[in-house]
Design a protein around this ligand. Structure first.
Ligand SMILES: Cc1ncc(COP(=O)(O)O)c(C=O)c1O
Length: 395
């Protein structure tokens, strides 16, 4: 199996596994047990991990909250702000191409009210269409129109998981703060793949997930505040008082050490990984587009806009067959027809529809995500298999 689905998840880096294993066997104390060294040594390892991640993200270390992954972080950020007893504003602004983890929380919030009694209102901003130079980036005019004096929170992703478009986060932060609102950024696809600096981007809340950067699954982070303005959250999981009462429950030292190690490796290896992955994407696209007639690129053309698309992302549209058929005919290459969540429901991608593609065009689209351990030989073999299976399907 050649794995080309690194937006869905990544394998744990062996260096990460090595770092975490002692915390499952040797150093197994409860980090919240202060009365003995078994607890204290584990606590220190967690604190070092938090320090390291805070330094990488340029965020105050006391503002990091460990969660079970980005979905939980997003729930805590969005529900936490709106459900806080002192939240006076009742609007949330999201972009059409957000991950379901954001869109479904927004949908659920729209059935609730803030503490003052006003029903919560969700306002959506669209993205630039598929034939635009900045295809898939949030339309800043629409965003400006959506944000107003009643906006409590704006939630926009750093980078899109389907088409890889990187959002103009600094500008989004400026627009958000001018209106006195807070910015939550789902940085699940960005952390570990791009430099993410919370203070310089001026993001107020940031969600991330270890399994997207070669760490373990069900481990994530929410950063609550970058030090520039006050962020008040109502906790969503209580009991035990851990993490300053923001998220109860015993911390897992093994996965926290793993997440910090994975983030450190990703940053240390960023330049090397990025240039290798860029070459592999170029080669996959060249091979596929020269052999498959009518193949189109979905999203920003990285040859025109070099820094606006995630390096490993390739999303393409076939002329004659559906992505599902191509995947079924190429069983030894792992790629996907949309986000992992919507692909189980076999719905056309909401991201591609938001960019103005038709249902049929969206169904004829697939996503590749190239990662750290892919090799040139794998890309060549995957391209051969994809071209052969396409040829067989079109006859
Ligand atoms: C952009 C984005 N946000 C959120 C999530 C959810 O992350 P997790 O699996 O850590 O809950 C994902 C995972 O697919 C994602 O790609």
């Amino acid at each position: 199996m050649i794995y080309l689905d690194h937006h869905a998840t990544t394998p744990c880096d062996p260096r990460v596994v090595e770092a975490m294993l002692p915390y499952l066997t040797q150093h197994f104390g409860n980090p919240h047990s202060d009365s003995h060294e078994a607890g204290r040594e584990v606590r220190r390892a967690i604190e070092q991990s938090i320090d390291s991640m805070a330094a990488i993200l340029n965020a105050p270390r006391e503002n990091l909250v460990v969660t079970s992954g980005a979905t939980e972080s997003i729930n805590l950020a969005m529900r936490g702000v709106l459900m806080h007893p002192r939240c006076k504003r009742h609007q949330v602004v999201v972009c059409d191409t957000e991950h379901p983890a954001v869109l479904e929380v927004a949908e659920d919030l729209s059935k609730q009210s803030i503490a003052g009694g006003q029903p919560i209102e969700i306002v959506r901003a669209g993205v630039h269409p598929h034939d635009h130079r900045f295809a898939g980036q949030v339309d800043l005019d629409q965003l400006r129109a959506a944000i107003g004096e009643h906006t409590a929170l704006v939630s926009i992703m750093w980078a899109n998981n389907e088409i890889g478009s990187i959002m103009p986060i600094k500008t989004i932060a400026e627009i958000t703060h001018e209106a006195g609102a807070l910015l939550h950024c789902d940085a699940t696809q960005a952390v570990g793949r791009l430099p993410v600096d919370m203070r310089s981007a001026d993001v107020d809340l940031l969600s991330a997930s270890a399994h997207k950067f070669y760490g373990p699954k069900s481990t994530g982070l929410l950063v609550v505040g970058n030090g520039n303005r006050r962020v008040r959250l109502r906790p969503q999981i209580i009991g035990g008082g851990q993490q300053r009462g923001l998220r109860g429950g015993t911390l897992n030292p093994a996965t926290i050490v793993a997440m910090a190690t994975a983030m450190r490796i990703a940053i240390d290896d960023l330049d090397g990984d990025t240039s290798r992955i860029l070459e592999l994407r170029e080669s996959l696209w060249d091979r596929l587009s020269s052999a498959i007639e009518g193949l189109q690129l979905n999203g920003i053309d990285w040859r025109e806009e070099t820094s606006l698309r995630l390096p490993g992302n390739l999303n393409v549209r076939l002329r004659d067959i559906e992505g599902e058929s191509w995947m079924a005919a190429t069983p030894d290459v792992a790629f996907s027809s949309g986000s992992a969540c919507s692909s189980t429901e076999a719905l056309p991608s909401h991201v591609l529809l938001a960019m103005g593609l038709s249902e049929s065009e969206a169904r004829r689209s697939v996503r590749f995500g190239i990662g750290r351990f892919n090799t040139t030989a794998e890309i060549n073999s995957a391209a051969d298999q994809l071209i052969a299976s396409h040829q067989k399907l079109v006859g």
